[in-house]
Ligand binder design. Structure first.
Ligand SMILES: Cc1ncc(COP(=O)(O)O)c(C=O)c1O
Length: 441
């Protein structure tokens, strides 16, 4: 039966989607970004993409995975192919404790819930806590796809400013006071303290304690998202916030960056009471996380020197980060950027009158792609910022990409000079290459 014969007249639809007016209000938050179409072009091989956050899975010897997979199928095939527990495979939950111990966390496997990537844990936590109109506090800028989830549950994301040491405690206090003065309810503080996505900065140890103390003082739950903590280049980041407090923090981890994202295995470590609800929400959503993936990850952790493999990943990303910082220093010396000590991302600040979203089509034409800064703010900020990912392209490709970016930026500046309505050319030129102060808010 056709859609139109079953449904009310077409005034309830539009030309492209006859169901347009039938969607739940919350789907308004699921609008595709304007740059999505460009990214389809950017995935062509001749384009150097500094846009995505794809891990360098080619640095993982495939034999290691094949061995683990073969053993699982030989020894536990019928378990791997079956539904499992909504909380996750018990042995894997024990092994996750060893992983988290490297970040200073001591916990019980009873409080670990395995999820379909940490992305799914983010969604489950949001589902448990958010009513329409609630406020989530998040660093400004913050992880774009977390904010998509918050928006899809009709939460309002409000940002807390950062500097090169991460979230600024004073800004957190001020933001909490402003939200309360507005009569709104803050449900949690979402933070990525180590090698933040997208800014690449790390919350200092002093600030971790201060941020937690402020959250506790105001009865605000902390949602600590830590996919990159183990991928440090030299010194490890400070211990996780969760190492300081087990009652007021939900901690999210994942094997996506330290093993491979294709397994879709992540986890939440939650305070006891919340854990119970998380398991129920997990069961309602997926019945059980994939037994197959969990057993392979568990086998891998059991039989492979996974710490040595994490160390190899660190080496790969360190080399790529150095290539990016080297190329920025050479080609764009008058701009400012963050210098991450781990993770995947550099946050670049353009001259204030350049708009990174407007510039993107020109960049893709010049065969380089990046993510405009506005993607990482809920309030339209970030116009003169760019997130550059160094995780996926080779060091050579990164250099080529940054050289192309230099051309794009110069082209844009030439255009501005030609059509400057804002004042004499020299003024534009002066403002362009006076390095702006670090600006992450
Ligand atoms: C900050 C942050 N959180 C969560 C995720 C989701 O990771 P996954 O679902 O693969 O565990 C990502 C992925 O890039 C991320 O950058």
């Amino acid at each position: 039966m056709s859609v139109s014969s079953q449904n009310p007249p077409q005034q309830s639809g539009n030309n492209l989607d006859p169901w347009y007016y039938n969607y739940a209000a919350r789907t308004a938050g699921l609008a595709a970004s304007e740059v999505r179409a460009l990214f389809a072009v950017a995935s062509r091989p001749e384009v150097v993409s500094l846009a995505g956050g794809m891990p360098a899975v080619s640095a993982l010897p495939q034999e290691l995975v094949i061995d683990s997979m073969n053993r699982v199928m030989r020894e536990q095939g019928s378990v791997a192919l079956q539904y499992g527990s909504g909380q996750g495979v018990p042995k894997l939950r024990e092994q996750i404790l060893d992983v988290m111990a490297m970040e200073g966390i001591s916990a019980s496997a009873d409080d670990v819930v395995v999820t379909t990537g940490s992305q799914h844990a983010l969604e489950l936590v949001t589902k448990l806590f958010i009513d329409p109109g609630d406020v989530v506090l998040a660093e400004g800028p913050s992880y774009v796809t977390a904010m998509v989830i918050f928006r899809s549950f009709q939460a309002e994301t409000q940002h807390v400013a950062m500097d090169e040491h991460g979230m600024i405690p004073e800004a957190l206090r001020e933001r909490i006071a402003a939200v309360h003065a507005d009569g709104k309810k803050i449900k949690f503080l979402y933070t990525i303290p180590s090698f933040q996505n997208p800014a690449g900065v790390t919350l200092s140890w002093e600030r971790r304690q201060e941020v937690l103390a402020i959250a506790k003082e105001h009865g605000i739950l902390v949602l600590e998202d830590n996919p990159y903590g183990l991928l440090h280049f030299d010194a490890p980041p400070p211990p996780a916030i969760r190492s300081l407090d087990e009652d007021g923090v939900i901690y999210l981890g994942t094997f996506s960056k330290t093993l491979a994202p294709g397994f879709r295995v992540g986890w939440a470590l939650a305070p006891h009471a919340i854990r119970e609800k998380l398991i129920l929400a997990n069961e309602a959503a997926v019945l059980s996380p994939s037994s197959f993936s969990q057993l392979i990850v568990s086998q891998y952790l059991d039989t492979i020197d996974w710490r040595a493999q994490v160390d190899r990943f660190r080496g790969v990303y360190r080399e790529r980060k150095e290539a990016m910082i080297g190329a920025l220093t050479e080609y764009l010396p008058n701009l400012s950027w963050t210098d991450p000590q781990g993770g995947f991302y550099v946050w670049l600040t353009l001259p204030p009158h350049l708009d990174s979203k407007q510039m993107l089509p020109r960049a893709v034409k010049e065969l380089v792609a990046y993510t405009p800064g506005t993607a990482f703010y809920a309030d339209g900020s970030g116009r003169n910022n760019i997130r550059l990912s160094f995780c996926y392209p080779t060091p050579e490709a990164i250099r080529v990409g940054i050289r192309r970016l230099q051309n794009v930026i110069n082209g844009e500046l030439d255009l501005l000079e030609t059509f400057a309505a804002t004042g004499p050319l020299d003024t534009v030129r002066d403002r362009t290459f006076s390095a702006p102060p670090p600006n992450l808010d």
